[in-house]
Design a protein around this ligand. Sequence first.
Ligand code: AHM
Ligand code: MG
Length: 333
Amino acid sequence: MTGPIVTVEHFIAEQEREHPQATGAFTDILLGISLAAKVISAAVNRAGLIDVLGVSGTENVHGEAVQKLDDYANGVLVGILGRCGSLSGMISEEEEGFIQIPESRDPGPYIIAFDPLDGSSNIDVNISVGTIFSVYRKRSDGPRVQIDDLLQPGSEQLAAGYVLYGSSTMLVFTTGTGVHGFTLDPGIGEFLLSYRNMRIPSPGKNIYSINEAYHDQWTPGQQRLVERFRRPPTGGAPFSARYVGSMVADFHRTLLRGGIFMYPATTKSPEGKLRLLYEVAPMAMICEQAGGRASDGRSRVLDLQPTGLHQRVPTFIGSPGLVEMAERYLADD
Ligand code: AHM
Ligand code: MG
């Protein structure tokens, strides 16, 4: 490695000195995420070797089969973050209600929402999965978390990030002062700064990312949009299509290369599939912080007022010009 070695701990301390308003009190949350990410990463890497593969035999709150690693990742995050003195509540994709932590002491000033292991249906076939998280300030006074503390628009996020368990494990996050990426060095067990101030390429690569199997269930505007990517009107080269089926991996590629990632409404799922609070809003904050755009097809994701913990939202995220184009095509629907 050339250049200075900067661990995530060093970097957070450096950010605190430079932007005392931006970080500080949620440092222990980011360090908790970093520790949990290492523990989950080790389990993901051993998934083919130990008895963590396969379905646990239970269903989660959405009626989906729960992979054992989903359970494990959820337990690791709840266990580690539950000990962070600065949190008072948690929302997890794997838990129907929110978690009040703990009732015996003063509530911390922050709330966290997370998807412990997104894309978990890919685990059994050794494809990248990820953890997504989002941090808010607890708004209400008093010792207990109220539902309004949890249902805040994405624009109120103080920090957001993801961990990608891919060919290497990466932690990417923002605290509102740019997006920074850290790669886990497995030899020393540390996340080392590998991307400072990530910027999404604009215009970037002409890549669209969507599950095209749902084509016949899309709105006419959505169908015309993808047709536009496949057959540019000026006779130019068609866009490339890339779809991993793991949002963290698809988003990470989009952040580094540019393009657009979409999970639109379908006739069967009018709100799409992805969850606002712990999947789409955090990616939207990261995307905007990197100079990109995130939309539900009509408006800015970060302005949406959530109405439920597990609410879904149609998703269009990536290079700003392409997301604007998607909004223009969908306006005709
Ligand atoms: P999950 O939270 O149950 O893992 O579902 C979310 C995942 C995303 O990572 C991915 O973008 C999407 O599901 C893929 O869905 P589909 O198979 O319908 O294309
Ligand atoms: Mg998920």
